[in-house]
Design a protein around this ligand. Structure first.
Ligand code: MG
Length: 163
């Protein structure tokens, strides 16, 4: 049986993953409105992944006979500025998610909860990847220096995610 404190911490993380997905879906809607259809596609893929992350923890809770309790989700922002602003926010958001995964892991170590540590290792690696991806895209956007034809190329590249 999962410790009560661990159960509520994982429930909180399920909320974080769903809320992240919701933020990315809001970004997808914004990017569509700005005619960045490739970046919007990238963001919908990101949304889908976040929902999968929540689903992974949802399954883990059930496997451990723990009760999943869902919380309300706040309305995300509507406008996100330039493409650079969008990916700057993605990076800072993912850094926050990394911090929340790290503190979950810390709790699992303190509790000597080995099964949860193993479950969380996937998330630790995933966060490494999330931060690297956002960072790489940001470097590319900065290299374009706002030149429209180069920004179009980036949008086209982002549109290939998962294809
Ligand atoms: Mg995630």
């Amino acid at each position: 049986m999962l410790a009560t404190k661990m159960q509520s911490a994982i429930n909180q993380q399920i909320h974080n993953e769903i809320a992240s997905g919701y933020l990315y879906l809001a970004m997808a809607a914004y990017l569509e409105s700005q005619n960045y259809s490739g970046a919007a596609h990238w963001m919908r893929e990101q949304y889908r992944e976040e929902v999968e992350h929540a689903g992974k923890l949802f399954k883990y809770m059930n496997d451990r006979n723990a009760r999943v309790v869902l919380e309300g989700i706040e309305k995300p922002q509507v406008d996100f500025g330039t493409l650079k602003d969008v990916f700057t926010l993605v990076l800072s958001h993912e850094r926050k998610v990394t911090a929340s995964i790290d503190s979950l892991y810390e709790l699992a170590v303190a509790d000597k909860d080995f099964a949860t540590q193993i479950e969380l290792q996937w998330f630790v690696k995933e966060q490494l990847e999330e931060e690297k991806t956002a960072q790489d895209i940001l470097v590319q956007i900065e290299a374009c220096d706002g030149k429209p034809h180069l920004m179009l190329m980036i949008d086209h590249q982002l549109g290939k995610r998962g294809k």
